[in-house]
Design a protein around this ligand. Sequence first.
Ligand code: APR
Length: 237
Amino acid sequence: MPHPQTIVILTGAGISAESGIATFRGPGGLWEGHRVEDVCTPAALAADPVLVHRFYDARRAALGGVVPNAAHAALARLDAGWRGELLIVTQNVDDLHERAGTRRLLHMHGELRSALCAACGSRGPHDGPLPPGSVCGGCGAGAVRPDIVFFGEMPYAMERIEAALATADLFVSIGTSGAVYPAAGFVQTARAHGAATLELNLARSAGSGWFDESRLGAAGALVPDWVDSLLAVQPLP
Ligand code: APR
């Protein structure tokens, strides 16, 4: 692979697996007996807000018991040290990338420690339980919900992500099954614009065939090695 200047990294649930956060698909991929597709929809929220809010309250509370792992730490090291352009796009709603110290980060599927007013669209930090009907401090509507992008809703920051993919010369996917679009299509967009593409994942994914190279293994082992090799060839100041 030629030496890159401009890098886009996509992360998924696999990067947080070694921190003890369950992935969505694969063994143990059911969350408390709920298929994620049955809870993460606007229709589910309308039909049973108590269930959906309780589900995310539990996920939010669980963040208190986990810490970033070696893969999060390595990406934070890359963010701090990489002199070229870098954007880390995560599908994860946990806060382990930022707790590791990563700053050039976008949460395309929302954040557990954030709340969204369904009436006025304002978003802001939130911790602790979020009961259905919570009142928005901005507009006063009792319409505050978890700030999670549900199936059928538009992910955040797509324009910025598409622009970054169009100029990237390296696209790297870490710990994602490639099952959910639009993120699953990022590799194709980056390729179409001429980027080299690398996958770091425990097992082959639905998108493996699109990557120039797939390295199979645990993120906690693969990502630090890859970051070391990249920092060794980074662009001159
Ligand atoms: N290291 C690297 N990869 C791992 C590890 C690990 N330790 N453990 C698991 N994986 C891989 C699995 O092999 C799988 O390919 O991580 C991937 C996790 O896939 P999913 O559970 O489907 O998670 P993700 O791709 O992030 O899901 C995408 O689906 O439900 C939605 O919105 C939710 O953002 C999520 C989206």
